[in-house]
Design a binder for this molecule. Structure first.
Ligand SMILES: [Zn+2]
Length: 302
């Protein structure tokens, strides 16, 4: 079907390429197929036609889609949820308690994304408000039935305070959202965006995720990676990443602009993929989030 790219990643589990920012292999939406169906993530509103096409291709009636599990409310994960609930008559959007109000009224969320991503903003689509009765707040440990499977919500703050991961208990698939970083072309990329990235919370989240002993990690950015090693690798990467940003921050007299320039120069020297404009933007955004975190910690060391 036109525009729909569908990859089976496990039995009854498909990855729909959302063509985030107009590119293949950057952002995805997982589809759990069966007598009942569910989505993990919604992508931006620009991904909605691809998701509907995927449902059509798999012969999944729209009224059998029971849940959309969004890991967090950043627009590349949840921006399209409002547009999707209009098309999927029985769907409820499962969201972190701290994220629900932003999906009911996305005004603040959209403004914050606009500040964080600058000229990339139009690529984030439109956020349609979700009626309260279509929202389902998930507490840590809560389980949601999808056909014969159970999906467990796991509180996973750090990348953002409103982050959940989802564990598919039968196959041991862990949908990591951004809590375990980005995994693009076999490389882990830090995801520490403004305004509320928190290193300690990220690391304790990773410990909790490791304790779940998942059999595979399903990254939103992008795809399934067998085993759980990616969690420990990310727990090792994040403090090193923060040290790089701290080095630049201190070297630049704690001024944001010069610190970011120094950091990007060092990343280029260290072989990070800054030649790819999209990854460069991601690294820059994560460096800004890390700077904000460092400044916050300095102002309030407790
Ligand atoms: Zn995010």
């Amino acid at each position: 079907m036109a525009g729909c790219e569908l990859q089976a990643v496990a039995e009854g589990v498909y990855l729909v390429d959302a063509w985030q920012f107009g590119r293949r292999g950057i952002g995805g939406v997982y589809l759990l197929a069966g007598a009942e169906a569910a989505l993990v993530e919604a992508g931006t509103s620009l991904a909605v036609p691809r998701i509907l096409a995927a449902l059509g291709e798999l012969g999944i009636p729209r009224e059998t889609v029971r849940w959309i599990f969004v890991t967090h409310v950043h627009l590349d994960h949840a921006g399209g949820a409002g547009a999707l609930v209009r098309e999927l008559p029985r769907t409820q959007v499962v969201v972190h308690p701290r994220g629900a109000k932003h999906l009911a009224d996305p005004t603040k969320l959209v403004a914050s994304v606009k500040r964080a991503v600058g000229e990339r903003f139009p690529l984030y689509g439109e956020a349609v408000p979700i009626p309260e009765e279509r929202l389902q707040v998930a507490e840590d440990g809560e389980r949601f039935p999808v056909g014969g499977q159970l999906i467990r919500a796991v509180d996973a703050p750090g990348h953002a305070p409103h982050h959940l991961c989802f564990l598919e208990e039968t196959k041991g698939l862990l949908f990591t959202g951004d809590a375990a970083g980005l995994y693009l072309k076999g490389r882990l990329i830090p995801a520490s965006p403004p305004p509320s990235f928190d290193l300690e919370r990220s690391l304790s989240t990773l410990e909790r995720l490791i304790a779940l002993r998942p059999k595979a990690l399903c990254y939103t950015h992008f795809g399934l990676r067998p085993g759980a090693e990616g969690l420990a690798e990310y727990a090792e990467l994040l403090p090193r990443w923060l040290e790089t940003v701290r080095w630049a921050w201190e070297g630049a007299g704690k001024e944001e602009g010069p610190a970011l320039r120094l950091a990007m120069e060092k990343l280029a020297r260290d072989g990070w993929p800054v030649g790819d404009p999209l990854l460069r933007d991601d690294l820059l955004m994560s460096a800004r989030g890390a700077l904000i975190y460092l400044a916050r910690r300095e102002a309030d060391p407790a």
